[in-house]
Write a protein that binds this ligand. Structure first.
Ligand SMILES: Cc1cc2nc3c(=O)[nH]c(=O)nc-3n(C[C@H](O)[C@H](O)[C@H](O)COP(=O)(O)O)c2cc1C
Length: 396
């Protein structure tokens, strides 16, 4: 069985490590935990032990622990060491090679890969000392997941939130994947589904996208060893196992989630983003006035997510792929889109009603790039996903 050693540091976000343990157990990944002294102030050894089903290690100088399993053996018994939440203190100890408690000694003694999920106050995160430690750790080939941006427990706002447990679990799956997978160690970002643009609290503008093609791509990318972030509009599909999920509703939310998920090696934009939204959605349900006159909806253009990301000067994914849903002149429109959006590849599909692409399980696509057009026969969406991801892995 694949297994990790989870080091839980002393931060408010330590409670999320319990959710992470549950998620990993669901995926068949064994977890042994070390709880720092500060970590114990936030979660109890009893809760951690009950969820891992294993002994929880806390002391470096424990006679019983050392006789049962020495700290050196503990540091090497698992396939991967994960620090979540990683406090500023733990990052500093790791960067300087301190070994003055069980967690830091284990981190120094391990011969396994280390993944850290930092969580701290925004000022602590941006402090020159923390940033210096992070640079050093990246140089030492420590892998990072997060932090995210948002409201903090301390009331401030900014970078420093622990990555979501699903995202951390996805990063763990990637690092545990066998070494010969073509997308191992790569981060693949996929958008999928429609967006939903509110008219008022109960009505919205949306489209027919089922999200099936994007979800199939995310699933295949996980299978090929990638760390996958799936930014999805509202669909009724199960989350592909192993993918980190960011659910959104509107185009603006989708753009924000995509930007937060960067950097990525490959970004594939399959989502059917609404081109327009209602300029100012009503705060209350719009009522009939009884005069027979319908309300006027004034629309405004949504951000162009593909174009925004493909045009980034810094942090542009190495490969940017757009999907073009067209109902006529499929290839010509895709060629125009390729030129306008400065992406590397457009996957064009004919979504006219008679083709049954929206909601269906098959797709006929044309791959349009600067080097020409490649047309594939009618394939299942799963097969399109597999062929596409293998092609993109080759491009990297
Ligand atoms: C209420 C409270 C919340 C804290 N939250 C964090 C945090 O989120 N991130 C962090 O780096 N330190 C946080 N700290 C400080 C750490 O607990 C402190 O640096 C401790 O020495 C870390 O020990 P450890 O790295 O061995 O777990 C917090 C302290 C308190 C009292």
């Amino acid at each position: 069985m694949r297994s990790i050693l989870l080091i839980i540091g002393g931060g408010i976000a330590a409670y999320k490590s319990l959710e992470l343990i549950r998620e990993l157990k669901k995926r068949g990944i064994g977890v042994t935990a070390i709880l720092t002294k500060a970590g114990e102030q936030f979660v109890t050894p009893l809760a951690v032990g009950a969820l891992t089903g294993e002994k929880v290690y806390q002391d470096l100088f424990s006679l019983t622990d050392e006789t049962e399993m020495g700290h050196i053996e503990l540091s090497r018994a698992a396939d991967l060491v994960v620090v979540a939440p990683a406090t500023a203190d733990l990052l500093a100890k790791m960067a300087t090679g301190l070994a003055n408690d069980l967690a830091s000694t284990t981190l120094l003694a391990t011969d396994k890969k280390v993944l850290v999920a930092p969580a701290m106050n925004v000022r602590m995160w941006h402090h020159a000392a923390t940033q210096r430690n992070i640079r050093q750790l990246k140089y030492d080939e420590v892998t990072f997941v997060g932090p995210g941006e948002g409201e903090m427990a301390c009331g401030e706002f900014g970078l420093g939130r622990l990555a979501e447990p699903l995202e951390i679990a996805a990063a763990i799956e990637t690092l545990l994947a066998p070494g010969d997978l073509p997308l191992k160690g790569k981060h693949v970002l996929v958008t999928a589904g429609p967006t939903r643009e509110p008219i008022d609290p109960v009505r919205y503008i949306s489209n027919q996208s089922s999200g099936k093609q994007g979800y199939a791509i995310a699933e295949v990318a996980v299978k090929l060893g990638a760390q996958v972030t799936l930014v999805s509009g509202p669909v009724s599909l199960p989350i592909p196992p192993g993918a980190g999920m960011m659910p959104v509703q509107t185009a603006e939310e989708m753009l924000k989630a995509v930007e937060q998920s960067l950097p990525a090696d490959i970004a594939i934009f399959t989502a059917a983003v609404a081109d327009w939204r209602v300029a100012s959605a009503a705060g209350e349900k719009i009522k009939k006035k009884g005069d027979g006159k319908p309300p006027t909806l004034s629309l405004t253009e949504n951000p162009d997510i593909l174009k925004t990301i493909a045009a980034r000067k810094s942090g542009r994914p190495k490969v940017v792929v757009g999907f073009a849903a067209e109902t006529e002149n499929v290839i010509a429109h895709a060629q125009e889109k390729l030129a306008k959006k400065s992406c590397d590849l457009i996957v064009a599909n004919d979504v006219s009603v008679e083709k049954g692409v929206f909601g269906g399980d098959a797709n006929t696509v044309h791959l349009v790039s600067k080097s020409g057009v490649e047309s594939w026969p009618k394939l299942s969406k799963a097969e399109v996903a597999m062929r596409l991801m293998q092609k993109l892995a080759g491009l990297l």
